[in-house]
Design a protein around this ligand. Structure first.
Ligand SMILES: Cc1cc2nc3c(=O)[nH]c(=O)nc-3n(C[C@H](O)[C@H](O)[C@H](O)COP(=O)(O)OP(=O)(O)OC[C@H]3O[C@@H](n4cnc5c(N)ncnc54)[C@H](O)[C@@H]3O)c2cc1C
Length: 290
């Protein structure tokens, strides 16, 4: 294989295991500052698939593309600690409040700045939970897409062979490149950080972060260009302003309700046939199922 340029779409998401009452702003958008931020779990699975191709073949490059506020640069560093070659932070107030249509539009415009043979992304993000961005990006770029990937089995003759995990079992498909592949959480977990790579890239900064650093730190960034992460604003991607952010988002989050279970709402069942039978009857009676 001559070479393979892989771009992994990765999102920094609020750690929804710690959602408190100030998680949402009054305009229905996420109060990202109030929540610990993590690497979207299935994007780590996508990254691992990319890094396995890099292990297996010469000439494979792996770069991250993430759209988010300045602190999303942490996603790029995390990926470089595991073996990615670098990344692009797409960050601008104009993207704030984007629904999936506006998000996939901005990402697809950013991808037009790049050369790629394969775009990998997670099946779903744990905050919006729509699983729409991957397929939308493929559609906007006119690329074939393979979703619910569990394993990239082969890349040869300009095509990719993928094992998909579906509700009714597995399926193996072959698709011409370039293509978009969304990766499931059932795929192999991502390798841990590599200590040597952490030492090498821990001072890497995106421009808006670098503006905050002074003294020997700033000199270090100048001396080591590989520590300078690429950052794109709305002016770096050719796009229609009306298609971005809240303006470009037909989906408006009306209200968000924190669902907090009350003790009286829970019920202890005996773990035997009678208990399960009682549960099934109740779920059918209250139309939860059936
Ligand atoms: C509680 C909640 C509910 C929402 N409901 C909706 C809704 O119903 N409809 C709607 O249009 N929007 C909705 N949104 C907004 C939506 O979260 C954002 O548009 C988001 O950027 C993309 O959608 P998603 O989180 O569902 O991602 P998904 O479509 O689930 O993401 C799939 C994959 O796309 C890639 N990706 C997604 N976002 C980014 C990014 N910013 N940077 C890089 N890669 C990315 C990742 O690889 C990710 O695994 C909701 C947001 C919240 C917080």
């Amino acid at each position: 294989m001559k070479e393979l340029k892989i771009v992994v779409l990765a999102k920094q998401v609020p750690d929804t295991r710690n959602v408190g009452k100030d998680a949402m702003k009054s305009d229905g958008t996420v109060n990202r500052a109030a929540l610990p931020a993590i690497f979207n779990p299935e994007d780590l699975n996508a990254l691992e698939q990319a890094l396995r191709l890099k292990d297996a073949f010469e000439g494979v490059s792996v770069h991250i593309l993430t759209m988010g506020p300045g602190r999303a640069a942490e996603i790029i560093r995390e990926a470089m600690y595991r073996g990615a070659d670098g990344g692009y932070l797409l960050s601008d107030r104009a993207f704030a409040g984007s629904d999936t249509l506006a998000t996939s539009y901005a990402i697809s415009r950013a991808l037009k700045n790049l050369q790629y043979d394969l775009i990998l992304c997670g099946r779903q993000a744990i905050d919006g939970d729509t699983a729409q961005v991957g397929p939308q990006v493929a559609e906007k770029l006119g690329l074939p897409q393979v979703t619910y990937a569990e394993e990239i089995q082969r890349v040869e003759h300009g095509a990719i062979t993928v094992k998909r995990r579906l509700e009714r079992g597995v399926e193996v498909v072959t698709c011409p490149l370039p293509a978009v592949v969304t990766v499931n959480g059932s795929a192999a977990p991502c390798r841990p950080r590599n200590a040597r790579l952490v030492m090498r890239y821990k001072y890497a900064k995106a421009p808006q972060e670098a503006r905050e650093v002074t003294g020997e730190y700033a000199e270090l960034l100048d001396r080591r260009p590989y520590l300078k992460l690429t950052e794109w604003s709305v002016n770096d991607i050719r796009c229609e302003a009306g298609e971005l952010g809240l303006n470009g988002s037909p989906t408006k989050v009306k209200t968000i309700e924190n669902v907090v279970f009350q003790a009286k709402e829970s019920k202890v069942l005996t773990v035997d046939d009678a208990g399960i039978d009682e549960l099934m009857k109740e779920l059918i009676t209250n139309h939860t199922i059936g």
